[in-house]
Design a protein. Structure first.
Ligand SMILES: NCc1[nH]cc(CCC(=O)O)c1CC(=O)O
Length: 307
């Protein structure tokens, strides 16, 4: 029996209602040894046509859950960490992460990135994916493609696009392991926080924080702390192509990160090591952001509020 379960109420686990969100919330419920799933709909779920940026950026996926947390309707919120803006509303914290899944992207459509050519149509609404692939394939035509995983796969099957990219982690969690081909992180660095399921709660809720800490994966939490400190220091918005990935080394961790111009023509990348402490992860992530921005051309700098 879970060591907290004698004394504590079942936690209300807030989640979006998409198939991926529900699978992730179930994973957290299972790890906690129980709880009640509460589904909250977000602006991003209600409007599938508009560009993410026009709906108010990444916050569209999380705002309703955050309101429910602040108002005490739920005890914790489960998110794909990469959808959670690096600046949190006052009083809320990302306090735990489940063990990270495969961080790679999967290419849907062609057999490999080398099969993409100028003039082909890539469907994506991600500025990072757009910039990374336009850098690699000048002349690639990029058009918005949103919606849940099935919607996006259907768009390729119906021939509306030649290719799209999806996170391996999401496909695996939905049981779609055979879809597409994995892309090496050396060819496409993922988004900060990709493949990590995060628990967000009220900063002053010590009981929930303790229960979340029990199920948190320390290496994942350290890695994403550095990636998110990097993104936070840049002052990016939904229009900012940012990639970052930290991995465990024999001693400590290695953070790799890059920022690009919208068309991918310009790129600044770097790497830095950090020790196994959240403080060091955050310091090193922020310093790498400063180092890259200090040398970034205007085409990149204009996409961030870094000063
Ligand atoms: N932006 C939507 C989103 N948020 C998290 C995932 C996948 C799961 C993850 O990275 O944790 C996806 C889909 C995708 O980008 O393919």
């Amino acid at each position: 029996m879970n060591k907290h379960s004698d004394t504590e109420r079942p936690l209300r686990i807030g989640t979006r209602g998409s198939p991926l969100a529900l699978v992730q919330a179930e994973a957290v419920k299972w790890a906690l040894g129980g709880g009640e799933i509460v589904t909250v709909s977000t602006a991003g779920d209600r409007d599938r046509k508009a560009r993410l940026a026009d709906l108010g950026g990444k916050g569209v996926w999380t705002k309703e859950l955050e309101r429910a947390l602040i108002e005490g309707e739920i005890d914790l919120a489960v998110h794909s960490l990469k959808d959670v803006e690096s600046e949190r509303p006052a009083g809320l914290v990302v306090c735990a992460t489940l063990p990270r899944a495969d961080v790679r992207e999967r290419l849907i459509g062609p057999p490999s990135l080398d099969d993409l050519e100028s003039g082909m149509r890539l469907g994506t609404s991600s500025p990072r994916r757009e910039a990374q692939l336009r850098r690699r394939i000048p002349g690639l035509v990029v058009e918005p493609l949103r919606g849940n995983v099935d919607t996006r796969l259907a768009a390729i099957e119906e021939g509306r696009f030649d290719a799209t990219l999806l996170a391996s982690a999401g496909l695996e969690r939905l049981g779609r392991t055979g879809v597409g081909v994995p892309v090496a992180v050396a060819d496409m660095l993922p988004a900060p926080g990709q493949a990590a399921i995060a628990i967000e709660t009220r900063a002053d809720d010590a009981q929930v924080r303790a229960r979340a800490a029990d199920i948190s994966d320390a290496d994942t939490f350290l890695a994403v702390s550095a990636e998110r400190a990097f993104a936070r220091r840049l002052g990016g918005t939904c229009h900012s192509p940012v990639a970052a990935l930290a991995v465990r080394k024999e001693e400590g961790f290695l953070l790799r990160a890059e920022i690009l111009s919208e068309d991918g023509a310009d790129l600044c990348r770097g790497a830095a090591e950090f020790a196994a402490s959240v403080g060091d992860a955050e310091t090193v992530g922020a310093r790498l952001a400063d180092d890259l921005m200090a040398e970034a051309p205007a085409s990149i700098r204009s996409l961030f509020s870094w000063t």
